[in-house]
Ligand binder design. Structure first.
Ligand code: AKG
Ligand code: FE2
Length: 334
């Protein structure tokens, strides 16, 4: 029987570095990825002050007048950079369902300090190293965002090492596939809901994420996960933790052994206090190097079984998600 709730896993024994500690964490994480695709992590080594700086700079940004935020508007559909306003995106578009747009706005960045060479700037790089745009007038914004992006890159690498152990691979198996990762940091602001949402409208509609893994820091409840029993369950709110989920590319890499699970952000309850509450979450979408090949991992294939998917590069996998969204008239997000 798979676990039906999102487990809380302490990473301390992994970072302590004993073989037994690492193996125990890898076992717990592997079980979570197989059963529900979500886990909450503690002892992750990300300083609380850094989190607070990003949260504060983001609050200042989202409090700006719309015209000011529009100055750093997202440039193109395939370049997830800058600001997207409420009503411009619907996550459930990616599931081919037509639903009203999500009740959220966002600001996104990709990698910074990108070298000016062929790998990063040539045609093959596509939009993956698109420059970031930065709002003016919020002193710590750029520094906080870039430092947080780097901190998340480090945590994602540790998580990928734990994944490797959980998948009976050498611990550093994924290292050279994520050393030029094309991840995205996206801060989401869900405004207070003073008016009732449209039928079917949510803070974020049901969707799965695209890449290898996502690291989420919500500042309040609402995130729900669709478990294997077909129930929506709340992700536990644990102070000082992060929520981690695996995403579509990892599911494909593991030949569907691990699950990229549907999730959504529910509307606040209808009482006045909750309706007046703004929600903010920091979301890091980890995506391997654009040329990393995603092909069935050896430990995910039982004897006599065939891989379910043809090999595909991380960049092409991501592109396929955007193409799907644009044909539906929605805009790509997660
Ligand atoms: O805001 C959250 O808690 C999660 C948002 C999310 O799932 C996403 O943007 O992909
Ligand atoms: Fe998501």
């Amino acid at each position: 029987m798979p676990a039906l709730n999102v487990p809380v896993i302490d990473l301390q024994p992994y970072f302590a570095g004993t073989p037994e500690g690492k193996a125990a964490v890898a076992r717990a994480v592997g079980d979570a990825c197989r059963d529900i695709g979500f886990l909450v992590i503690t002892s992750h080594q990300i300083p609380a002050v850094l989190v607070e700086r990003v949260a504060k700079a983001s609050q200042q940004f989202f409090a700006l007048p719309l015209a000011e935020k529009r100055k750093v508007d997202r440039p193109r559909i395939d370049a997830v950079r800058g600001f997207s306003a409420v009503g411009e995106e619907g996550l459930s578009y990616s599931l081919e369902a037509v639903a009203p747009p999500d009740l959220k706005e966002s600001f996104s960045i990709g990698p910074s300090n990108v070298p000016d060479d062929e790998y990063h700037r040539g045609e093959a790089a596509g939009p993956h190293f698109e420059p970031n745009s930065w709002p003016e007038g919020i002193p710590d914004f750029r520094a906080a965002y870039t430092e947080y992006f780097d901190a998340m890159s480090g945590l994602a690498r540790s998580l990928m090492r734990i994944f490797a152990l959980a998948l009976a691979l050498p611990e550093k198996f994924f290292d050279d596939k994520i050393d030029e990762h094309i991840s995205m940091l996206r801060v989401l602001s869900y405004p207070p809901q003073r008016e009732a949402p449209l039928p079917g409208q949510m803070r974020a509609g049901a969707h799965s994420d695209y890449g290898s893994l996502t690291i989420v820091l919500p500042d309040g409840p609402g995130l729900q996960v669709f478990n294997k029993a077909g129930q929506w369950v709340d992700v536990p709110m644990v102070p000082g933790s992060f929520v981690v989920n695996i995403a579509d590319l990892m599911m494909q890499w593991t030949n569907d052994t691990w699950v990229s699970t549907l999730h959504r952000v529910a509307n606040p309850p209808l009482d006045d206090a909750a309706r007046n509450t703004r929600r903010q979450s920091l979301v890091f979408f980890h995506q391997p190097n654009y040329d990393a090949m995603v092909e069935c991992l050896p430990s995910c294939l039982a004897p006599g079984e065939k891989p379910r998917y043809a090999p595909i590069s991380s960049g092409d996998h991501l592109k396929s998600k955007f193409v799907k969204q644009t044909t539906l008239g929605g805009t790509a997000t997660a």
